[in-house]
Design a protein around this ligand. Sequence first.
Ligand code: FMN
Ligand code: SF4
Ligand code: SF4
Length: 264
Amino acid sequence: MKDHPVRNSIYNVYFSPTKATQTIAYAVADAIAADRDLTSIAINLTKPNSRPVRAGGQAGDVFLFAFPVYGGRVPTVLMDCIDQFQGEGAKAVVVGVYGNRDYDDALLEAADLLNERGFEVVAAGAFIGEHSMAPRVGAGRPDADDLAVAAQFGHDVAALIEQGASTMPAIKGNRPYRDGMPDADVRPVTTDACTSCGICVKLCPMGIIDADDPAQVEAGCLQCNACVKGCPEGAKHFEGEQAAAIVAMLEGNCMARKEPELFL
Ligand SMILES: Cc1cc2nc3c(=O)[nH]c(=O)nc-3n(C[C@H](O)[C@H](O)[C@H](O)COP(=O)(O)O)c2cc1C
Ligand code: SF4
Ligand code: SF4
């Protein structure tokens, strides 16, 4: 009997509360899958019951890890997931999506973490998404130009893998990484406009919005703004001096358009 070669896979592994990361991840993964003739397997880590999950790959597979940059770092909520990743020689690509301020050490941190888990990191890319906390910053990103860059990045990664690349490129960032964000008990406020439709309950990546009374939010909020952006009534928002100061800082310093940066 003739042996059929096993078709390898591309694992598109992403966390994306407000979908900017997801959009970029698919653009990159689709291009790699097409050029390398790989089976696409999407692993969405956004829902609370999807984490942690065992994920990984073997030689011949490609593992794309895409995340939003939080405080210039990889979101700490993903660390338990990353601990479960198994590389076993799979090629890996790191994608960080940031809100037009800076990605600081996040790409380098993610690449180091995947290397430690047995992946061969061959490329990394920083892309821009609308800032979750300040929608005027990076407004409308990723746009058509970003998606074209993301697709071309995917094609370039596929070509690199075809050539047998196995070494990590020089990725912008510093070790030790900058300090992570301090823990703070922030929670969105809900106005009387709430109709208890439950949309925010389903969107929340932490599962902390009460299904029976969506105005009640437990501790553990990431300030990801999925509930704020997803509420059809505009009934959720963050208030207080700290939230206002962050928006003012971002709108004051981060309005000039930044472009994707690629390392391969
Ligand atoms: C807690 C938190 C921290 C953030 N930190 C940064 C940051 O350091 N630099 C930056 O440019 N954007 C930062 N952002 C913005 C997100 O990286 C950006 O909006 C991203 O596109 C969100 O991805 P998503 O749409 O996949 O959720 C932060 C957002 C949140 C919620
Ligand atoms: S999405 Fe808005 S209206 Fe619906 S339950 Fe949540 S806060 Fe209320
Ligand atoms: S409650 Fe916090 S973690 Fe949950 S969706 Fe809203 S901003 Fe995100």
